[in-house]
Design a protein around this ligand. Sequence first.
Ligand code: NG1
Length: 467
Amino acid sequence: MDLSSHQWNTDDADAASADFRRSEMNNLTKLFEIYGDGAVDQRGRYTAALDAFRALYGPGPVQIFRAPGRVNLIGEHTDYNHGYVMPAALDKDVLLLAHPRRDGEIHLANMEADFPSQAFRIEANIEPAPNGDWSNYARGAAQEAARTFAGLLHGFDGLVSSAPPLGVPRGAGVSSSSALTVVMAVALAHFAEWNPSPARMAQFCSDAEWYVGTRGGIMDQFIALLGQRDHALFLDCRPVDGDFRTETIPLPEEYRLLVVNSGVHHSNVRNEFNARVASCRAGVALLRREFPAITHLRDVESFGWTLLEPLLPEETTVATLRADGHDLGDLPNVAANTLLRVRACCRHVWSENRRVLAAVKAMRMGQIEQLGILLNEAHASARDNYRISVPELEILVEAASEIAGCVGARLTGAGWGGCIVALVHKDGVNEFQRRVPQIYREKSGRQAGVFLCQASPGAGMVGEFTV
Ligand code: NG1
């Protein structure tokens, strides 16, 4: 087996034991379960990570955990409005190799030299590393665990492997940050013998990401935990008695999801993101004058837009709302004079929720052309109503739509750069992979990375190894 080469070559007498062989075979089977044919490509990555772990922390047992990135098929900026989303888990993931320590400290190294090693103690108030430090996602998970879990949490020595192309691309809107948070949470829970439900765990991980200041929703954490091979996940982001409604939806067999990374990443995304959250909260505050019982935009989804529109201003500011007695809650980096485009933002969320439900129906009924139309409409709304597109994403979406067999394309993730996702008939995939980066280069002077989304299973422990 591929991974076994890592250990068959040792002189360790145990390595030849039947038990050891069996566990290696199990590991191989597990890799195929996770990555399908991609398991072969994972060999070098897993082997290198195991070698590096041994070099760092010495010989002994080590567990490998993984959590995937995601691509969102449809349902953008709806999750924090208690709306609907339909993401799929990528076969690109974050690996965490770990073995428990006797104290409550986490020592974390990274296979990539750009991410320096960090150590911190698991406690209810963990000092953040400087802004932008990779370990803040790990710190967020550990802090949230300390606040939430009543039992004993174990520290561990850990090593993260997440370098693309097999790892999750960073800053590309495919949730590398959530993958890191989730893999940390999965490891912490494993060592503490803590078994929260997936809904509880997703909520926990979402709260943990607030440590870095983003007021996002729960989509990324949910799909990182509940992904299934060759399936998308429909998720209703409205909790009911602490639980969430989910449904796995088979991806169309004759079609492929292609993800194209623009390579563009805007630094001010968090502030812009929180300003959109503020616009949605402003919408709720103002609609409450007419519908006092509502708490989220989701609550007005059954009303016609013509009824809602006149109740919402085109624009307002946090300061104006405050003066009128409306409190938008805690939103880091949203200044009192930030312009909130309330009407257009609410129009996006209201219509996007409807598109997700229509997309689920189209997928169930095999109406792929209809699904494509919905993806295109979702993109137009994200661009015109929510204003989260950038010129590079427009070039990519336009280039994608020129390819025969591409039925729909849209930006995916938070926006302001990152990736687009396109639904392409399998016969058009080669042409898509050849032409789209070419057009992008001609029009933007930039390099685009294209990859297939092979929907993979959600996070968990891959296996136990001896190094
Ligand atoms: P990305 O693209 O990973 O930044 C963010 C939010 C999601 C969701 C999308 C927009 C976080 C961790 N993720 O995702 O919850 O709101 O934007 O649909 O905040």
